[in-house]
Design a protein. Structure first.
Lengths: 103, 228
């Protein structure tokens, strides 16, 4: 399974710790330096797909009784694979002069 | 009306199972987002509505593809395929007949039962292809739906053709609508019954042939296959 951009950002946000919906929206905005802003609709449709694929799971509700989500082992593995794929892609882009060299 | 209530009303755009599962959490997230938003009210609502429309469309599509509506969606696609192929084939036959016209064929008529059976066979073949392509894993009800398609489609096609033909015949040719010609071309392949008896015979034969073809071509349901 190849996650979409929003899904990948959610997986990255959940790498730190379990989060509830609004916390995830804030984390994604912060991780993308404000370039990706998820609304509740996009957030929860992505959460549904990630849960259906077994990449995230629901954990015990937090102090405010909000539903929390955590990364599963499969989710971590998929996120890691996607990060490698993107890194390889960046390497190819550098090779073709689309990006400045890392050194 | 509070913004939360407006947002809750907008959530009806999502499929019901999704709404039941995530609706309350979405309203919570919306409330937090509204309280912390630095945008103008117009900008905020534009963002929220665009988000809902985009994600609801995707969710509805997913529901049709994988959810409880999947079978109805596929059945409709099979019916559409059956109707299209039937109309195309009958028109092709009618066109071929008129192209190779010979006075020898003058007065030659196709009996309504024969025409009905031919149509149902064409439709049955289409349903068979539809089953293989669109219903690879048939749920329990598939057999009944396929039979219903086999019966309903010829009847619908015939009734539609009959009604339009009668309407066009009664039209004043001077005031005729050019678009009616297109309809006539589309439907000329369908046999037009001259009286109620012919119509009844044609319907009965089409229904019987459709049922026979449906029974022969319907695949066993997934449960039965596993049982064997």
């Amino acid at each position: 399974m190849s996650p979409t951009s929003a899904e990948f950002h959610l997986l990255l946000a959940l790498m730190r710790s379990p989060r509830h919906g609004y916390g995830l929206m804030q984390d994604v905005e912060e991780l993308s330096a404000g370039k990706l802003r998820l609304g509740p609709g996009t957030l929860y449709t992505a959460i549904r797909r990630l849960r259906t694929s077994g990449l995230i799971a629901e954990c015990d509700a937090d102090a405010d009784r909000r539903r929390c989500y955590r990364l599963t082992r499969k989710g971590r593995s998929i996120a890691s694979g996607e990060a490698r794929r993107l890194s390889d892609l960046v390497g190819v882009a550098r090779k073709h002069g689309l990006l400045p060299s890392a050194t | 009306m509070t913004p939360e209530r407006v947002y809750a009303a907008l959530l009806t755009l999502y499929p019901k199972p999704f709404r039941n599962e995530y609706g309350p959490a979405m309203i919570d997230a919306f409330r937090d987002l509204r309280q912390s938003s630095r945008r103008s009210p117009f900008g905020f609502w534009r963002f929220v509505v665009a988000d809902i429309v985009r994600s609801a469309a995707r969710e509805q599509f997913d529901e049709c593809r994988t959810g409880s509506r999947r079978f109805a969606f596929r059945w409709l696609a099979t019916c559409a395929l059956g109707l299209t192929v039937t109309v195309l084939v009958t028109n092709m036959v009618a066109w071929t007949f008129s192209y190779f016209y010979h006075p020898y064929f003058e007065g030659l008529t196709v009996p309504p039962w024969g025409y009905g059976a031919c149509l149902a066979l064409i439709l049955g073949g289409t349903i068979l292809i539809g089953q293989r392509l669109l219903l690879p894993r048939q749920p329990h009800r598939a057999r009944a739906w396929v039979l219903a398609s086999a019966v309903a489609l010829p009847i619908a096609a015939l009734l539609c053709g009959s009604v339009v033909e009668r309407t066009l015949t009664g039209m004043n040719p001077v005031a005729a609508d050019p678009s009616a010609d297109a309809l006539q071309v589309l439907l000329r392949g369908l046999h037009q019954p001259k009286n109620w008896t012919e119509l009844a015979v044609q319907l009965a034969v089409m229904a019987a042939s459709g049922l026979a073809v449906g029974i022969i071509t319907a695949r066993p349901s997934a449960e039965k296959r596993h049982a064997h």
